[in-house]
Write a protein that binds this ligand. Structure first.
Ligand SMILES: NC(=O)c1ccc[n+]([C@@H]2O[C@H](COP(=O)([O-])OP(=O)(O)OC[C@H]3O[C@@H](n4cnc5c(N)ncnc54)[C@H](O)[C@@H]3O)[C@@H](O)[C@H]2O)c1
Length: 253
């Protein structure tokens, strides 16, 4: 591994939502460059299967549950004694419109997408601060960058986590910790969630038309987002912190 452009050997990385989609691709990519990976997902069987592929570890976790995060933190501390990288990829996308939807819809979206990532940072930051170093990547979305016709809460939740990312980054750097926290904003990436989104948007056009409207030329692959996440998590991105990186092949240009 030594001499590799990115080498995460000796580092411990946790990925929420690691059982599927972008999270799963990130687990595989982190392991490929030497990290010991912990797969966290409410789909425990899925998490175990992905962890098994890379000799990693799996834990059942509902990211919106504070008590579960506390247990995961204690377990990571006892098992690994450190945490170098956290990727908050667990997320949900529900159909809703402002004024029309139930409070439950808003709360579910924010509980997973915003509170889930905040709780994750709350678990990881004390460990990283003790080490004096760490990297966190939060999954926002290109949906956070403009008004959203059918998923208002989703876009708002992703804008919120991008802003929390900036605040968390500046707070930690100003406090003297070499902890870099960044957000990535993918366009449409071929996962189960994207299929669900296209079904939601199908009400205003075919899934293909939706994909064509949101993506230029083609949709993205989870591995393409994972490569960006691994880069941000590595020392190759040592001067990148508190920022938002859009990965959508100019669909927003
Ligand atoms: N796919 C896209 O087009 C796209 C675009 C922009 C942003 N994103 C974001 O990227 C992230 C990953 O999306 P994806 O497309 O891979 O989704 P996905 O649906 O394929 O996978 C999501 C994973 O998160 C897990 N999960 C969901 N709720 C959870 C909870 N409460 N606790 C623990 N695990 C939970 C699921 O079990 C699943 O394994 C999400 O935050 C999503 O909002 C996705």
């Amino acid at each position: 591994m030594s001499g590799a452009w990115i080498d995460l050997s000796g580092q411990v990385a946790a990925v929420t939502g690691g059982a599927a989609g972008i999270g799963r691709a990130t687990v595989l990519a982190l392991a490929q460059v030497g990290a010991r990976v912990i797969v966290l997902d409410r789909d425990f069987a899925g998490a175990q299967a992905v962890a098994g592929q890379v000799g990693g570890s799996a834990r059942a976790l509902d990211v919106g549950d504070e008590a579960q995060w506390r247990e995961v933190g204690e377990w990571i501390e006892a098992e690994f004694g450190r945490l170098d990288i956290l990727v908050n990829s667990a997320g949900v996308a529900l159909k809703d419109s402002v004024g029309d939807s139930s409070l439950d819809t808003y709360r579910t979206t924010f509980s997973v997408n915003v509170e889930g990532s905040l709780l994750g940072m709350g678990m990881a930051l004390p460990l990283m601060q003790r080490q004096g170093k760490g990297a966190i990547v939060n999954l926002s979305s290109s949906a956070s960058l403009r008004g959203n016709t059918l998923m208002a809460s989703y876009g708002a939740s992703k804008a919120a986590i991008a802003h929390f990312t900036r605040s968390a980054a500046i707070q930690n750097l100003r406090a003297g910790h070499d902890i870099r926290i960044n957000a990535v904003h993918p366009g449409i990436i071929e996962t189960t969630m994207a299929d669900d989104l296209c079904r939601i948007y199908d009400k205003i056009g075919s899934p293909d038309a939706v994909r064509a409207a949101v993506s230029v030329g083609r949709t993205g692959r989870p591995e393409e987002v994972a490569d960006l996440i691994v880069f941000l998590a590595s020392d190759r991105a040592s001067y990148i912190a508190g920022t938002s990186i859009v990965i959508d092949r100019a669909a927003n240009a």
